[in-house]
Write a protein of this length. Sequence first.
Length: 469
Amino acid sequence: MTLCQSLILIFAFQCWLPVSLSSQAIRQKADLLIAGGTVVTMDGSRAIYDDGAIAVKGDTIVAVGPRTDLTAKFTPSQTIDARGKLVLPGFINGHTHVPMTLFRGLHDDVTLNDWLYKYIFPAEKKNVNEEFVRWGTRLAAAEQIRSGVTTFADMYYFEDAVAEETKAAGMRGVLGETFIDFPAPDNKSEAEMLAYTERFLKKWKGDPLIHAAVAPHSIYTCSQKMLQDAAALARKYHAPILIHVAEMKKEWEDSQKQHGMSPVQYLDKIGVLGPDVVSAHCIFVDEADRQTLSEKQVGCVHNPSSNMMLASGVSPVPEMRAAGVGVGLGTDGPAGSNNDLDLMEEIDLAAKLAKITKMDPLALNAKAVVEMATIEGARALHLEKEIGSLEAGKKADLILISLDEPNAVPMYSVYSQIAYSLKTSDVQTVVIGGRVVMRDRKLLTVNQEEAIAKAREYQKKIAASLGLQ
Ligand SMILES: [Zn+2]
């Protein structure tokens, strides 16, 4: 080695040393690194990283960016290899009634009125108790995690049991205890509903996964007093209010007859609407209603399968979005109005329903419906600061989707692929609040076999209770 070569080597070593030492010094610890894959952030600029990564500490995302940047910056205790996959924010199911999984397919192809009064109300009276609600919620958790849903909004009875099972499954939920003007399976009077719900709101206050909510069923099943009392209770505890709004023609017609105004205007007049309200359906909403929903910052949840199955009508989603309303997606059901909890199906149908209704293929595009399943869904639930996109500071709720199936290739557009080609069965791995709840399609927080066996047992019991066997 010549002197010159030696000097070059020493110089190179000196240059390398401080860089290496300083990069070692600034390497941060992370609990989880999702490395590789196409990261679809759904952030404000809708950034997509072709070879991206996400670093997670505790239940929170601390960095999102190119894989090479993040692997240089973080020393993770656990890494998930996402190469060849899509990485997305977890889907948000903005409206459902999860314990009703046990009534799935009980009696379909009837009118909503017949379904409710001839089948579901008698079936609920005879079968719904806390145990039923727990098994229904477990089954629903298995189904929802397997379809990439990380957050759902629910309205049912014994909602405290729904909350306990949801938390045990590691899912995020906005869970509303139902108020209704007849004796419910859990609470027989408004006084009981108020007392139960107040205990429920207090118990879950500040929980990292569960947002306890108040769910007055609708204007056609709740008196004005009940609607106002439920809203007042929610506001006392800064809890969300979940309600069905303008979901059928009869509701709109009766509102005109009884109050001389639309359901939206009536709810506004009696002081229920506000930036804490999540309204399911919003089918019969005219321009003035849309303006009110936007001004009052009410979130809306569109349920295309349910609206089609019950022939309820079509929500004016493009117009609501244009008016500035946060519109998410929901499955409703999962019995009678839609017999599954497959949010990816709702993404697909939302776009196609808008197109055929308007006879315009531009009515609602792939990117818009993916937004509705993620960041706009979060806005509809008033949780956009917490979830809905992959950004530093937000909860680490994310899913990995395989692109190795025949239906997944070739891929020219990420949004088109998600909306129209990929299926629930392509969802591989699900992380909620930094915790892996499904890895390579194996559920880690719910005993799927047990939930399925129990559902079969319940089928026999429920059928017998209705004299169907
Ligand atoms: Zn509903």
